[in-house]
Design a protein around this ligand. Structure first.
Ligand code: SF4
Length: 337
């Protein structure tokens, strides 16, 4: 039977009249006693902001790092993946709505035990812990504490996130994080508002900050008729090149119907078009959720020799295991064990 989730004092809020204003994410919820924020896990109790998700784990698995996806960060390794409940966005097509749109008490972990479980998998090439599945922003206090134990154990911490966090907590948390994959949901502000209940600009600002603080890769889910037009794709990849550099890995992912959006999956031709457009601006463009030969492989930016072959996300064949292209000697921009 699940234990009760310990209620903890939450970070980043201020008192306003009888209530509190949460300042963790751009939603800036103003909450009166007994009310929970849009994320469902932060709540006003007796004039204080508390979190009801500290250590509450909905999902736990040992995943290949490629599944996050992170293709340029310890390729071929595994990572303990932990998720909780709730989300601070409301994407109509959410792929994890079973845990993002509800909250319940599941399995309680301490920050120390998260690090210890990861250590127990070192024989399986486990490098640390990824906070993923639901949105890690709203698991802030637990991740903050766990990251310290993970670092002390000589392992790494990873966020798979929507990047929808206020600038100060984002900067402070990333000082403890080794890599992030940020989900860019679309390139128009209108898309973020209508489809996700959020704003684009805070995410872009955070991505720029992250580029200076840790390893970063980006994911863009292509949704037919909503964010897959040439102008959106071009605008996105041009911005990535200008702000982060042309060697930033970008993953275009294929949409399948889920939750409250029931349209056909992304055509393969759209995936291929996105890749072609992006390759004009970026060196490392990948396609996910598709079965296209070579779509997940890494090629040398200079001579186009094959560096890593990923037939599946499991056991990639690493050819450039010295960190340089064996054919031309070009240095490969990734982090290796
Ligand atoms: S973290 Fe939750 S409570 Fe805080 S502002 Fe964002 S949605 Fe609202």
């Amino acid at each position: 039977m699940a234990r009760e989730v310990p209620v903890r004092s939450a970070a980043y809020y201020s008192r306003e009249g009888e209530g509190v204003r949460c300042r963790l994410c751009p939603n800036s919820c103003l909450l009166m006693s007994g009310q929970a924020g849009l994320c469902r896990v932060r709540e006003c109790r007796d004039g204080e902001l508390v979190t009801r998700s500290y250590g509450n784990v909905s999902s736990i698995a040992l995943d290949p790092i490629e599944k996050k996806p992170l293709y340029h960060f310890y390729p071929g390794s595994t990572i303990l993946s932990l998720g909780s409940f709730g989300c601070n966005l409301r994407c109509r097509y959410c792929q994890n709505w079973q845990i993002s749109q509800r909250v319940e008490e599941a399995h309680i972990l301490t920050p120390q035990s998260a690090a210890e479980i990861a250590q127990g998998y070192q024989k399986e090439r486990c490098i640390g812990v990824a906070f993923t599945y639901n949105e890690p922003t709203i698991w802030y206090e637990f991740i903050w504490d766990a990251a310290e134990h993970i670092k002390a154990a000589g392992m790494v911490s990873v966020l798979v996130t929507n990047g929808y966090m206020s600038p100060k907590p984002w900067r402070e948390l990333l000082a403890r994080i080794d890599a992030v994959n940020v989900d860019i949901k679309g390139w128009r502000g209108e898309f973020y508002g209508k489809m996700c209940g959020g704003m684009l600009q805070p995410v872009l600002d955070n991505v720029e900050t992250a580029g200076d603080l840790c390893h970063i890769e980006l994911t863009y889910l292509l949704i037919p008729g909503h964010n897959d037009d040439d102008d959106s794709i071009r605008g996105f990849v041009r911005w990535v090149r200008e702000q982060l550099g042309r060697n930033t890995p970008v993953h275009f992912s294929r949409y399948f119907p889920n939750y409250n959006l029931d349209i056909d999956p992304t055509p393969i031709s759209t995936m291929e078009r996105a890749r072609l457009l992006a390759q004009e601006w970026l060196d490392f463009v990948y396609l996910g959720n598709v079965n296209i030969a070579g779509a997940a492989d890494t090629y040398c930016a200079k001579c186009r020799s094959l560096l890593i072959q990923r037939s599946t996300v499991y056991n990639p064949r690493i050819i450039a295991d010295s960190g340089r292209c064996p054919a031309c000697g070009e240095e490969v921009p990734w982090i290796f064990q």
